[in-house]
Design a protein around this ligand. Structure first.
Ligand code: FAD
Length: 434
């Protein structure tokens, strides 16, 4: 006998049983966009609405397809370009709107609410190489690359190598002197969007750098159309399947002095410290995408619970499940507030502080993992089905817990910071005499 939750379908004389969908909400529900208290003023609410409209109209209908086929989310790129959303963080003198991390996070949240792969396209521009070039680069780098960023060309970042992930100081990528410049020898193996980008920010050792240490590590901006650059492969993944990670090989690529973003000084690790501090933008963007994905999954679960009946009652009437929703929401809102603190502390033109960014990334990664996991549970068998969006959100946020510095590495930093006397809440709460 056929279980009641299944329907039978006939295809090419093949009889198969598949999950029978209950009444289903559209992939992106038309929820009114309100200002988020403490975070959005009128301008930010307008930006949120624009990003949500683009996400629901142009991205949501395709997201499951890109996930299924592992096809690059090209329509998203076009939609974000049409809406001028790539201009958000680029300075006005280079064709952008010159906004800060708060606005970047608003757009990333809204895009990730329907599709994290598409949000990553914006993340690469908002919090990737273009932001680093604007803050740390010379004027020639800015004039070359920032108008392209505002126009929606993609950029990528090459830090990770086969034997250097969390331990970036194990990297082998290095510059060999040649005339007034260098040749770059590098193999970077987990470069998001590397096969579609126009330029890559490559972390590497400068001449005289000591292997196995942070001394002499700096970064250069590489035009990916240069001779010597090749895409050695792409990764097939559990999630984030609309946005591929590439392996990039750099074989003797010419680097001119103007291509240097941060020079590595063989005497110290100041270059690496600068680069690591700047990654806080990426960490906050990663956290914002987690908030967005979790928000989408939570909304979907709530709507589902209101229509799905077990016996005579809807799931929404069952107190045990109401408590699940309460816990999911409390965790998500707590993480969102930690993220807001890091973002607000960055101020326009600045960089989010390290401790607050690390705490926000941990909280948002873990909250998103929990919320998406519980959303699957609340949908029962349908939650586990690829016909419903919550399992995709779960697979996507799983990758965000690894990229931009793993949860474990963030915990190391938070733990050692607190043990050496740092206090993210300021000193005033401490009892007198301590
Ligand atoms: C979706 C995605 C996108 C990415 N995009 C990019 C990109 O664009 N550019 C780029 O350069 N890289 C990118 N990465 C690579 C990412 O930065 C690395 O995967 C990450 O830094 C971890 O390095 P690893 O994979 O070598 O793992 P390892 O460093 O080998 O770590 C393995 C495990 O050990 C843990 N671990 C390691 N060291 C410690 C420690 N000291 N204490 C406690 N635990 C530890 C880690 O947390 C992890 O769980 C991406 C990764 C993913 C998943």
């Amino acid at each position: 006998m056929r279980p009641s939750g299944l329907r039978v379908i006939f295809a090419d004389n093949d009889v198969r049983f598949v999950l029978r969908p209950p009444p289903r909400a559209p992939l992106a529900r038309r929820v009114t966009v309100e200002q988020i208290p403490l975070c959005d003023d009128e301008d930010r609410a307008a930006l949120r609405k624009l990003a949500r409209d683009v996400a629901e109209r142009d991205i949501a209908p395709h997201a499951a397809g890109w996930d299924e086929t592992e096809e690059f989310a090209g329509e998203s790129l076009e939609a974000l370009r049409r809406a001028d959303l790539f201009t958000v963080t680029v300075g006005e003198e280079y064709g952008g709107m010159g906004m800060g991390d708060v606005e970047a996070a608003i757009v990333l949240e809204e895009l990730a609410r329907v599709d994290v792969s598409s949000a990553i396209l914006a993340q690469l521009v908002f919090n990737g190489p273009p932001r680093a070039i604007e803050h740390l680069g010379n004027e020639r780098l800015r004039r070359t690359w920032l108008p392209q960023a505002a126009a929606g060309e993609l950029f990528c970042i090459g830090i990770t190598e086969p034997d250097a992930g969390s331990a970036a100081t194990s990297m082998r990528a290095h510059l060999v002197p040649e005339g007034d410049g260098w040749r770059l020898e590098a193999y970077k193996n987990y470069v998001t969007g590397g096969h579609k980008a126009v330029a890559c920010l490559v972390w590497c050792r400068f001449p005289g750098s000591e292997a196995g240490t942070g001394k002499g590590i700096g970064a250069v901006v590489v035009d990916l159309s240069k001779p010597g650059v090749s895409v050695a492969g792409t990764h097939r993944k559990m999630g984030l399947r609309g946005c591929t990670e590439a392996e990039l090989a750099f074989d003797g690529v010419r680097i001119d002095p103007e291509d240097v973003l941060v020079a590595g000084d063989p005497a110290d690790n100041s270059g690496l410290k600068t680069l690591l501090a700047h990654i806080n933008h990426e960490r906050c963007g990663n956290a914002a995408m987690c908030v967005g994905a979790a928000q989408g999954a939570l909304e979907y679960a709530i709507e589902y619970m209101q229509s799905r009946k077990v016996g005579s009652r809807t799931l929404a009437e069952l107190q045990g499940l109401q408590w699940k929703i309460a816990d999911m929401s409390v965790e998500l809102e707590g993480a969102r507030l930690l993220l807001q603190r890091a973002l607000v502390l960055a101020r326009v033109g600045g960089t989010p502080p390290a401790l607050e960014s690390a705490m926000a990334k941990i909280a948002c990664n873990l909250a998103a993992k929990k919320v998406c996991d519980e959303a699957i549970q609340l949908l029962g068998g349908y939650g586990y089905s690829r016909e419903y969006p919550v399992e995709r959100a779960y697979r996507d946020v799983r990758g965000l817990c690894i990229g931009a510095g793993t949860v474990e590495v963030q915990r190391n930093f938070v733990g050692t910071s607190l043990l050496s006397g740092r206090n993210p809440s300021g000193d005033h709460w401490k009892a007198s005499g301590r």
